[in-house]
Design a protein. Sequence first.
Length: 272
Amino acid sequence: MTDRYGIMGHPVAHSRSPFIHARFAAQTSQDLVYEAIHVEPGAFLAAVDDFRAGGGVGLNVTLPFKQEAFTLSQTVSERARRAEAVNTLSFGAEGVCGDNTDGVGLVRDLVSNLGIEIRSRRILLVGAGGAARGVLGPLLDEGPSDLVVANRTLSRARALSEAFRDQGPVDSAGFSGLDGRAFDLVINATSAEVSGELPPVPESALAEGAVVYDMMYGAGPTGFVRWGQAAGARVSADGLGMLVEQAAESFFIWRGVRPETAPVLEALRRSL
């Protein structure tokens, strides 16, 4: 029997998840279908009920429903609890189980795909919204020497850093507070580029040999990737690999099989 999976969001037509999971399924000989499901705000819970009634066994969840998915979940993983958001739902005899694969997806892209060391490195995480919260815990699990959350609104950065202070060496700063500080890895977790802006990170924040990473991606280099290249970063990469790696973690949660991500990432990059 073919198992049914999907991704719910608003909007969702642009999602590359069906492309990714179709290739994971073919690679691992898994009998499943995966579809993009558009859901209007306010209709998420009803849409999930309909999906389950139709035989659905697992869902990815994207904006703006990750917090609703967290509330819906009867059990959640520790990383989802820390993120206060769920992007992976599983339906079974134990009920609705929620997980968050964003952070592990970021870490695997950095470490496994890009060969970037995180342990004992100085990290600047730009942004204090849901995207930053979703990756902060897994980054701290890697043992950086220092991690600073920077945001235009210092109070938001401070609140986020305080929520994770028990997990590792995390601090907060406004952008003006970055003067005189240098980092080995600078990660953009903001969506500022959607409105044609870039977060005001000073070039001086890049240590010698620093890596710049933008959690957003596109057909060409993002604005933050271009900024990193112009500022002399050793590596300046977008978040397409993170997208594939977090999908692979969801696939493993659902199917118990871990797909090879490199050929799927290559095919996805060619398709953009």
